[in-house]
Design a protein around this ligand. Structure first.
Ligand SMILES: [Zn+2]
Ligand SMILES: [Zn+2]
Length: 263
């Protein structure tokens, strides 16, 4: 069994399970212990079987449950030095033997699973995305991006399954209730990726081999699942790619498990 399921997605908490045979990894831990356990159970998994947790960055929607989960389940975790230093005081006591320091651009193994990390311009100390190589193609988790440069596009290219940020609709953000400073931060290129930017990225990716897409980390105020999906599907239509023929797509759910994506 090789694939992924987003257990939670968005500013209220992010947590994604990657499974490759008997290796089970979690990207981000922005959920409490109870949600973590229940969401995994719903996916047919146990926290006791998780081989590692990979942290993308220090924002609370990605690390809020980490301390509790480390204490309860003693799962090794992977994090950059800079990100660790920021969260260390706030996550409480845990066994420091669980820490595995990685560099922003790194290749490493967790059990037999090759993982590549790469940095994205989101406004945290050192935000990472992760790519997992499998015998059926690669799975990449890339949320909280900011913007997609050519080098990031290269890192994403050829992923069979991509979990990609589609954070906001530009019109909803522009006309929405957020203060100007927050609107500017989100759309600055160091904040979040818009539906249009996500669509443009997907056009390149589907042309170069991506078959499965999860739109992730949608804004509650400045987006809607149907708008995000429509934007992606319409962008891809321009390139001749048709949903359910050339690719499958789902929008990750905020408060419940998304559908399992098998590759
Ligand atoms: Zn986030
Ligand atoms: Zn963030």
């Amino acid at each position: 069994m090789i694939g992924s399921v987003a257990l939670r997605s968005g500013s209220s908490g992010n947590c994604t399970l990657i499974r490759n045979g008997e290796t089970r990894l979690i990207v981000d831990c922005g959920v409490n212990g109870k949600t973590f356990t229940n969401a995994l159970a719903l996916a047919g998994e146990s926290p006791l079987d998780i081989d590692g947790i990979l942290i993308t960055h220090e924002h609370s929607d990605h690390v809020s449950g980490l301390g509790v989960i480390l204490r309860k389940y003693k799962i090794p975790f992977y994090i950059t030095q800079k990100t660790l230093e920021i969260i260390l005081d706030s996550i409480g006591k845990f066994d420091y033997n669980l820490i595995n320091i990685i560099r922003p651009e790194d290749k490493f193994l967790i059990k037999d699973q090759p993982v590549t990390s790469f940095q994205v311009p989101h406004d945290a100390a050192e935000t990472l995305a992760y790519r997992f190589e499998t015998s059926r193609g690669d799975i990449t988790v890339c949320t909280d991006i900011g913007s997609v440069s050519q080098s990031i596009l290269n890192q994403l290219t050829n992923s069979r399954l991509i979990i990609l940020e589609s954070n906001y609709d530009s019109e909803l953000l522009k006309n929405g209730p957020y203060p100007r400073i927050l609107k500017d931060r989100i759309s600055s290129g160091h904040g979040h990726l818009s539906n249009d930017e996500c669509g443009d990225t997907l056009c390149h990716l589907v042309k170069t081999g991506t078959e499965q897409i999860v739109l992730a980390h949608l804004s509650k105020e400045n987006n809607h699942p149907s708008i995000a999906e429509l934007t992606a599907v319409q962008s891809l239509e321009v390139t001749g790619a048709v949903k359910d023929k050339d690719y499958v797509l789902q929008v990750a759910r905020r408060y419940s498990n998304s559908d399992w994506m098998q590759i």
